[in-house]
Design a protein around this ligand. Structure first.
Ligand code: PLP
Length: 469
């Protein structure tokens, strides 16, 4: 689906009243959720006293309580009560080969058994992993490994400032670049500025310039107006739009940014934490044929194994990471580039290429998108629709991501729409469908005809609970 169609269909959903599931239909579903997940509930009740909120993860079904998972294989996961799910969370995007992919896991088990998990020193796997990334990504000549996407986003800002000698970082509203002090600014929803987190002094945002997605004039103005205020060191961009494409960008957006970066001698930074090795082996930069100066990586580069993050890019820019005190920038981490992560990176990227995992996951996502849109077309009163960027699928049912903060009842709208999306997600989960935050689905190369049929069947059931109107 093209950008214009996505945007106008989002606006159509937003213009319609939200379509909640009536209480008499919702109540038995809620009851079933409690009945089916007794052990999960027990774990949650105990965890609440030891872990704030009783759970760390905010990506999946946490209402009325989170489900504790037991194991995963292929495209399926099972919870501690033995319930089976078709998984489209895929660990939040890192998994594309399928869960517990033996050819990868065997390599890691072998490493731990024969060599040990880490010594705090470099290993040959670090070189092999870097070679894999550089081989595929057009904008990458050097790589520095860190421990998470958040860390890599923090590091990339420091690198950009050190290289250019400039101060300001442009951040696009709605995009997510981890949870560091500087970056929790207008995340998830454009224009929310500092509303998402307490505990961050306003000074942390002093050099962050917030630009709304697709605001071409505002973008140019941000480069221009900040020339005398420290200059723009770089602009951080999710190349398919904020929140992995929840806020899709105009087809000219990325190229316009590239040109402005060249004009104002600022660095273009693609955050490819989700798109790298998922959208294409060469990331969005290869697919869109736009070379960033710096790239942020994470998630899929270790395929679900811990410590997943890297900054990569032009050799001259990346070289600010080296040198003596006063010359270099300081970044690091005890477990950065540990052998497990590096072996996982090397073998995972090789396997993804050998199995054409991106091609297969994309083909499946295209089929599922069509099948769901065909189903949604049978209920024109709802306006629901699905769009995808390769194996990254978004479904729009309440369009809470599109609510404009300038509307007078914005917060009420967001809350009501979010709640209804949560109710849909609860029913999906009870029926065995695991998605991300009630709006997103990641596919892997092992999703098949059976998973497609079941997924459509669960949506059919869900639609049957929403009264026609
Ligand atoms: C585009 C993007 N950048 C950065 C991050 C942060 O990565 P991590 O969760 O590894 O800190 C995420 C996480 O979802 C992301 O989607």
């Amino acid at each position: 689906m093209e950008y214009q169609e996505i945007k106008s269909r989002m606006q159509e959903v937003l213009a319609r009243p939200v379509r909640p599931i009536p209480e008499d239909k919702l109540e038995p579903e809620r009851r079933r959720y409690f009945e089916q997940h007794k052990r999960s509930l027990d774990i949650f009740e105990k965890a609440k006293n030891l872990i704030p909120g009783g759970v760390e993860h905010n990506l999946s079904q946490n209402k009325p309580f989170p489900l504790a998972m037991d194991r995963a294989k292929g495209y399926k996961v099972w919870d501690v009560d033995g319930n089976e799910y078709i998984d489209y969370l895929m660990c939040g995007a890192p998994i594309i080969l399928g869960h517990s992919f033996s050819p990868l896991d065997e390599k890691i088990i072998e490493l731990i058994r024969d060599k040990g998990p880490g010594m705090g020193l470099t290993s040959e796997y670090e070189l092999l992993a870097a070679e894999q990334i550089i081989r595929h990504m057009p904008g990458v000549e050097m790589v520095r490994f860190l421990q998470s996407g958040t860390e890599a986003d923090m590091a990339v800002i420091r690198i950009a400032r050190a290289f250019t000698g400039k101060q300001k970082i442009i951040k696009i509203g709605g995009s997510y670049h981890g949870w560091s002090d500087q970056m929790v600014y207008s995340i998830h929803l454009p224009g929310t500025v500092n509303m998402q987190s307490r505990g961050i002094p306003d000074e942390c945002y002093a050099h962050i310039v917030d630009v709304a997605p697709n605001d071409f004039d505002g973008l140019e103005k941000a480069f221009k107006d900040n020339q005398d205020k420290g200059g723009v060191a770089g602009i951080l961009v999710e190349p398919i739009g904020g929140e992995s494409g929840s806020h899709p960008v105009h087809p000219d957006w990325n190229m316009t940014i590239r040109k402005l970066c060249d004009q104002y001698e600022s660095l273009l930074i693609f955050d490819e934490v989700v798109t790298g090795f998922r959208l294409d082996m060469g990331g969005a930069q290869k697919l869109f044929n736009i070379k960033p100066d710096l790239t942020v990586l994470g998630k899929i580069i270790t395929h679900g194994y811990p410590s997943s993050g890297a900054v990569a890019g032009r050799k001259d820019v990346m070289s600010v990471c080296t040198g003596s005190m006063m010359e270099k920038i300081y970044i690091g981490g005890t477990l950065a580039a540990n052998p497990i992560s590096m072996a996982a990176c090397y073998h995972a990227l090789k396997l993804i290429e050998e199995h054409d995992a991106v091609g297969k996951a994309t083909a499946y996502a295209n089929r599922l998108t069509k099948a769901l849109n065909d189903l949604f077309a049978t209920r024109p009163d709802l306006g629901f629709f699905v769009y995808n960027f390769g194996p990254i699928m978004h479904y729009v049912t309440t369009a809470f991501f599109s609510v404009s903060l300038s509307s007078p009842d914005a917060l009420d709208q967001i809350n009501t729409r979010r709640k209804t999306a949560d109710d849909y997600q609860l029913i999906g989960m009870s029926q065995g469908l695991c998605t991300l935050a009630g709006t997103r689905m990641y596919t892997c190369m092992q999703h098949d005809d059976e998973s497609l049929k079941k997924t459509v069947g669960i949506w059919e059931y869900l639609l049957s609970l929403i009264p026609k109107g």
